[in-house]
Design a protein around this ligand. Structure first.
Ligand SMILES: Cc1cc2nc3c(=O)[nH]c(=O)nc-3n(C[C@H](O)[C@H](O)[C@H](O)COP(=O)(O)OP(=O)(O)OC[C@H]3O[C@@H](n4cnc5c(N)ncnc54)[C@H](O)[C@@H]3O)c2cc1C
Length: 406
């Protein structure tokens, strides 16, 4: 019995145990080093592909495992419990690239792009953010001009997870001068991974069947506070010719696709945040049970116990909110507000819990000897990516006031 039986079934627990075992045996020993070296974990990516983690909730007919969204959430949570650079590899790929193709693509697009993505042959990404268009994604300035049977794209994207290592990118470009969120179209673009040698060496991350589009280039790699083993890059588009058949959904109607993708992505970020918080909490519980000061284990002090109680309570609430928002989405019910609430609460929980975990480790928590400092740095991005905390509040308030405003 578990307090999450109302959400999780036998197959979720089996998946959780499998991913937990993998994360503890294969990721935990290398996570600190890869973070320090800012090195993308190619070998573990190949192993995760073998385990089928890149298409958990994608349809079987397109290379996925055909499981539900809660399964994907549980897997991301378990990976993040050990290392968020690994969990985002699955999260960004699945919720930001596979999902829009799966939910809005044609059968031909799914066969050609979703199959190699969901079966873990290549990695995918999502190109929405630009140097001048972050929270205000309607400010997209990348242009797409129609010529004959194709579109010509020009512009620049930034902060793109898997911008370098990925080979399929779902990307936003402006197709009509109509301002704001109107006149934006979603495209499927292809490029070669920036690390072909490594991809070939580990047998993961590259497909000869996908033709790279000339002019679609990888820009500089970004050096970050956390998520250091995750690949975050700029993408540059110079006269990239994208065939008509690579328009995802309808021309000029891409923005709702991005909003729908972000609703799902927010459930995903909540799962990362939850996993990070859970991992840091467990380390804090273990440490406070071992460390002795003033002649007793520090978990005997009420001040320490209060902190552990607060951490556990927030994690429990974050988990219920995350699972509930995943359930609403997988049942096809309205979930915009709940996804934003889960993301908002879980990300603040991750930050709060990891800061407390570092505090409970004292000076040792401030050193790289202990994973809690990495977790604290990794937690911060969950308050920023896929809509900052402030943007979540805007979304939640808009949903609350729906119908009341003029
Ligand atoms: C590691 C990493 C990975 C990422 N991966 C991807 C990816 O794969 N694909 C992708 O497209 N993007 C990605 N992003 C981009 C991310 O989604 C944006 O950074 C985020 O949406 C914020 O945009 P911005 O950085 O331009 O900040 P800004 O929008 O400039 O915000 C700056 C500050 O102003 C606040 N603010 C802005 N507007 C308002 C408002 N109306 N009311 C109140 N406050 C406001 C924000 O909350 C924030 O505090 C990634 C970012 C990072 C750091």
């Amino acid at each position: 019995m578990s307090e999450y039986d109302g959400y999780l079934e036998e197959h979720h627990y089996m998946l959780r145990d499998m991913v937990r075992e993998f994360a503890e045996s294969e990721i935990a020993p290398v996570a600190g080093r890869f973070d320090e070296e800012e090195r993308f974990p190619w070998e573990n990516g190949a192993k995760m592909a073998e385990l089928g983690l890149f298409g958990i909730s994608m349809p079987e007919e397109y290379g996925g495992a055909g499981m539900d969204l809660l399964s994907a959430v549980v897997a991301v949570e378990e990976l993040a419990r050990i290392d968020a650079s690994h969990s985002i590899m699955v999260g960004a790929h699945t919720s930001l690239c596979c999902t829009p193709i799966s939910r809005h693509g044609t059968d031909a697009q799914k066969k050609k792009y979703l199959t190699p993505l969901a079966s873990g042959i290549v990695l995918g990404g999502f190109g929405l953010t630009e140097p001048g268009a972050g929270s205000d994604a309607g400010g997209t300035t990348t242009t797409a001009v129609h010529e004959g049977d194709h579109w010509v794209l020009n512009g620049r994207k930034t902060f793109i997870t898997h911008g370098g290592v990925g080979e399929v990118i779902v990307l936003a470009a402006r197709t009509s001068p109509a301002g704001g969120t109107h006149g934006i179209t979603a495209f499927i673009l292809t490029k070669e991974t920036c690390d072909l040698e490594e991809a070939k060496r580990v047998g993961f991350g590259h497909s000869d069947d996908l033709e790279p589009m000339p002019g679609f280039e990888v820009g500089q790699k970004l050096h970050k506070l956390g998520w250091n083993a995750s690949d975050t890059r700029e993408l540059i588009l110079e006269d990239v010719e994208v065939p008509d058949e690579n328009v995802l959904g309808k021309v000029d109607e891409g923005f709702p696709i991005f909003l729908d993708t972000l609703d799902g992505g927010r459930v995903g970020i909540a799962a990362h945040a939850l996993g990070i918080a859970q991992g840091a909490f467990e380390l804090a519980v273990r440490y406070t049970n071992e460390r002795e000061q003033f002649g007793s284990r520090i978990n005997q002090f009420q001040g320490v116990r209060f902190m552990l109680a607060e951490m556990a309570t927030r994690i429990h609430a974050a988990r219920l909110m995350t699972y509930e928002s995943a359930r609403l989405r997988q049942e096809g019910r309205r979930h915009k507000k709940e996804a934003s609430m889960a993301k908002l609460f879980a990300s603040e929980t991750a930050m709060d819990v990891t800061i407390k975990a570092v505090q409970l480790h004292g000076g040792y928590g401030y050193t790289r000897e202990y994973a809690v400092e990495r977790m604290m740095r990794d937690a911060k991005i969950t308050e920023i990516g896929e809509g900052t905390t402030e943007i979540q509040k805007i979304v939640i308030a808009r949903e609350l006031l729906r119908g009341l405003e003029d």
